[in-house]
Design a protein around this ligand. Structure first.
Ligand SMILES: *Cc1c(COP(=O)(O)O)cnc(C)c1O
Length: 360
């Protein structure tokens, strides 16, 4: 068996320790004689799994009691609809367009009400985060929406927008648990876990209780209504049981690593190794405005498509895989999520140096 350094944007690398534990428990979870995959979601052992997962997530993020944690299915795209269907009370919302995911969310919201694009960085292919200190927030807006870390373009909000008192809704799919957050600054924090937490299939929604309403858009499907799942502690119907179990293990791992402050330190150190090299290299260049750089997704280019392709191929042969950039940016992208070891980033940079020297 040999593991590679996997720089995939998602589904992405998981902590090896978590995978080993899951493997050891595969046939017989905790003396039950069965796998977590084979277990009723109403059983005692699973109840304990989901409750412990929620408790550990609450500890990690310091989630206040007036916020509900929901473990859902459906991924990012489902939340693009669920958010407006549940939260558009006045039928108005403001969107900040910092990339494809924010734009898709905005387009979806337009089906349910007035969704204003109040800022955008599309003019420069989303290579920066617009100034959000004084935006034209609609006075009837039910919420202001952001994608906090732009997976494809490699930008991140370093300060949250001034929402002028409106509730902030954030898609944190690709920066979930990468650093401490002040949950009270948000109405809703949601993310698909397949980027920075666990396996595809689980979507976590953290929502302030007063935003969980019964009088939502009447066309809202039962399962997309937050109240349905909130009232049943995410067990209205069958949840993504195995995925939740793995997420729970990742939460334990994060606690053992020292929690989110320690992860932030580690993530900053990892990103610095790569960005410092990009800033000094003559061959490789970052594509994003420096002050808006993501700690999680690092796009870079050589400026020559053939050289990019040669690099990706050589890197892959050397065990650094999934470095191909998204088609809308081109070049390369290294996703260096929580579970990417520091050693993986250092070795990648060594490899890039060697490649540069050999291709001068
Ligand atoms: C991947 C991603 C999505 C889309 O998630 P799906 O689960 O594939 O629908 C949405 N937002 C962000 C920030 C993402 O990285």
């Amino acid at each position: 068996m040999s593991r590679v350094y996997n720089f995939s944007a998602g589904p992405a690398v998981l902590p090896e320790e978590v995978l080993r534990e899951a493997a050891a428990e595969m046939l017989d979870y905790n003396g039950t004689g069965m796998s977590v995959m084979e277990m009723s979601h109403r059983s005692k052992p699973f109840e304990e799994i989901i409750q412990t997962a929620e408790k550990d997530l609450r500890d990690l993020m310091n989630i206040p009691d007036n916020y509900k944690v929901l473990f859902l299915q459906g991924g990012g795209w489902t939340q693009f609809s669920a958010v407006p269907m549940n939260l558009m009370k006045n039928g108005v919302a403001d969107y900040i367009i910092t990339g494809s995911w924010a734009k898709n969310a905005w387009k979806e919201a337009k089906k349910y009400g007035t969704a204003n694009a109040i800022a955008s960085s599309e003019d420069e292919n989303f290579t920066y985060i617009p100034d959000c200190s004084d935006l034209p927030i609609d006075e009837n807006a039910d919420y202001v929406y952001i994608c906090q870390n732009n997976t494809i373009y490699g930008t991140a909000f370093k300060t949250l927008p001034n929402t002028k008192g409106k509730d902030l809704v954030a898609d944190v799919s690709s920066c979930f648990l990468s650093e401490p957050v002040d949950v009270t600054k948000y109405g809703v924090i949601w993310g698909g876990v397949q980027k920075n937490i666990g396996p595809a299939g689980v979507t976590i929604v953290i929502i302030r209780e007063d935003l969980i309403r019964d009088d939502v858009n009447p066309a809202t499907p039962t399962l997309l209504k937050y109240k349905t799942q909130a009232d049943k502690d995410s067990l209205f119907n069958t949840p993504p049981c195995y995925g939740i179990y793995i997420c729970g293990k990742v939460f334990k791992w994060l606690k053992k690593m020292g929690g989110l402050s320690a992860m932030k330190e580690l993530n900053e150190r990892k990103a610095k190794v790569l960005y410092d090299f990009l800033d000094s290299s003559e061959m490789f260049h970052g594509t994003v405005r420096k002050e808006d750089r993501s700690l999680m997704n690092v796009p870079f280019v050589t400026g020559d498509k053939d050289l990019d392709a040669a690099f990706i191929k050589a890197a892959s042969e050397a065990g650094f895989v999934n470095l191909k950039g998204h088609r809308s940016v081109g070049g390369m992208r290294a996703s260096i999520y929580n579970a990417m070891p520091e050693e993986g980033v250092c070795k990648l940079v060594e490899f890039m140096k060697k490649f540069e020297a050999e291709h001068k």
